[in-house]
Write a protein that binds this ligand. Sequence first.
Ligand SMILES: Nc1ncnc2c1ncn2[C@@H]1O[C@H](COP(=O)(O)OP(=O)(O)OP(=O)(O)O)[C@@H](O)[C@H]1O
Length: 743
Amino acid sequence: MRRPKSKQFRKQQRLSEEDDIKQLNSWIQFQKPDSGSNPMSLPPLPKNSPVGHLGDNTFSRYAGVVRFEQLPLSKKTKDALRSSKFVSMTDIQRASLPHALCGRDVLGAAKTGSGKTLAFIIPVLEKLYRERWGPEDGVGSIIISPTRELAGQIFEVLNSVGKYHGFSAGLLIGGRKDVDTEKERVNELNILICTPGRLLQHMDETPNFDCSQMQVLVLDEADRILDSGFKKELNAIISQLPKRRQTMLFSATQTKSVQDLARLSLKDPEYLSVHEESVAATPTLLKQIVMIVPLDQKLDMLWTFIKTHLQFKTIVFLSSCKQVNYVYEAFRKLHPGIPLKCLHGRMKQEKRMAIYSEFCENRSVLFSTDVAARGLDFNKAVDWVVQVDCPENVASYIHRVGRTARYKSDGKSVLFLLPSETQMLEKLEAAKVPVHLVKPKKEKLQPVSSLLASLLVKYPELQQRAQRAFVTYLRSIHLQKDKEIFDILKLPIDEYSASLGLPMTPKIRFINQKLKSKAVSTKSNLAEPVDPNQENVLEGSREKLDKIVFKDEEIENDLLQAADTSKEDDTKSADIGELIPATRLLKKKKLKINLHRPLGSRVVFDDEGNTLPPLARIAGTQSVKDSLLIDPEQKAEYYKRMREDLKKADKEDKLVERQRLREKRIKQKMKRKADNMEEEDNQDNISGSEEDETVNKRRHKKSKIYFDSDSDEGERKEVTGNQGITLQEQEALALKLLQSMQA
Ligand SMILES: Nc1ncnc2c1ncn2[C@@H]1O[C@H](COP(=O)(O)OP(=O)(O)OP(=O)(O)O)[C@@H](O)[C@H]1O
């Protein structure tokens, strides 16, 4: 048992800490970097040069140094850094720590995975240490993160780097049931790591919640927290914090908006963007691919990717929880050969945390919404990031791909763009994101749509999920701000529905309204002639696009090479769609055979010749809200019939296939026999040695017996030797045989 430390010892410790703090304060003051300077522009200290107090009230320079031990940090922090194997600083740490340690406001921007977390955790710990912060002083620092998982991760880093300090820290995130216990304890905590909603809840509900003495505020993923999604919460939080404080903002995609920053009342902030001069806004070791994939082939492409990358750890981003749910559940039932997981904001917190930790530990595929897009540093490196749905903007793209190629590891990413979303390529190029456009190869595609259709028949509850996935995807496109990229009217909606395995296209009100309004505006536009130069403009932009397109053989080989060879046409038609003032309703329908159309999705025509999905036949004619227009009984009956039909068709298919194989085998055997006979004739003519004779005998023997292993009775048939039988005769015999088997 450890003996309690004596009073004497504690006193001594306190005094030595006081001394230590005095020294640190002097060091920091004495060697402050110039305001507005980037410490990274200074050379590192010469090797083996002394560090800290150099005598006569002089101290070593700490701006521009490369190792943590050369910074004015407490022994407790240095020891913890060393034990966590953090020795040399990353660029953002070198640039921001000297300013942050002397209490300045900092706006730090650096690529994903470049160590921003330590760049704010260390100054928080040091500030409270130098202020001699104790339990009775209450909240000394608040760190805000946009997601619960990221808050949890920051908490872990704080626990490891702050393990020798005596501060109490709390993780305040939504979805946790123990909010009452939290309320009791929150005033005793020194460092709060929280999501905006939960922090505000405490500010609103916890009696005497007091952060009036708070010293340091940190916003991780600052641009996200400052954007409109969190605006109300953040304004309310800021209004309750003391004005005199240090504020630090970090992100890979930093905000420069004066308006945003004004809300935080920053004081002469140091703007440190360490990778601004870099040729790429994304990590150097990240290889990025873009593929143009038609909407109705996205799942085929994703399935093919998973099947061909079973040995990798992959994150798949989809745009809504419902899509994540559906794709995860459906693919899981198809057993791709690698564990699948899913993560989204509507899951229970315990489950979210469990999945996050499991994914950290094991090789698997994680289907996720943007809840995993920012900040997360999965322990064992992620190999691939797959963006099935186009991110809302470039910043979102950068954060998503940033889940791989972190710190010094490499990684790969692939983005599926619809032919109508190719504008995104130009935006990525403008933001210095180097992507390789790779043309997928059709022959490697492993279609999944028909399997999904069968699954939906087998598991009717999955159909609900598919419908929701369909609706939420379209809604997400409808709600996207960037209308240059996202245009719901350019999407092949029926084909998309079929690709999810749905037997009929759910009806969606907002699309109908959009179509109607477009039809109205089309009528008024029809009189206006189409500008012929527009075609050239489009050509021009395609040319520009071509410039940034080049093939990377290595990546190409590495990746699934599947999909559509008619990509160019699709792009063109999407572009030209802009020129033709027509709605989907007015479009001429092309006769198209969709090989991937799922089972049971035979096309039905209505009175006006429009195609309708099969269930439309039994659908009511009155207009009902959204998708489920059909009487459930009729629907159940329809599915019952469909299942029976499917079974019957399956049986027939099997019979035909067996027959085909049987014929093939007979033909092959007969051919082999004919070859043998020919060879023997030749042998007879050329040689007559004993050995040859034995071989011939054996051949004769073998050729005499034909054993039809495929026959139900294991039937044995004798074929007379090779004497006097011609090839034609053999074929006739084979035919006869076939007929007898068919009978
Ligand atoms: N000085 C360092 N030496 C070694 N490893 C480091 C150092 N700093 C950070 N790391 C490691 O680098 C990885 C990425 O760090 P971190 O999560 O802080 O990146 P980030 O810049 O915040 O990324 P994001 O922009 O995605 O939030 C972590 O695994 C971390 O442990």
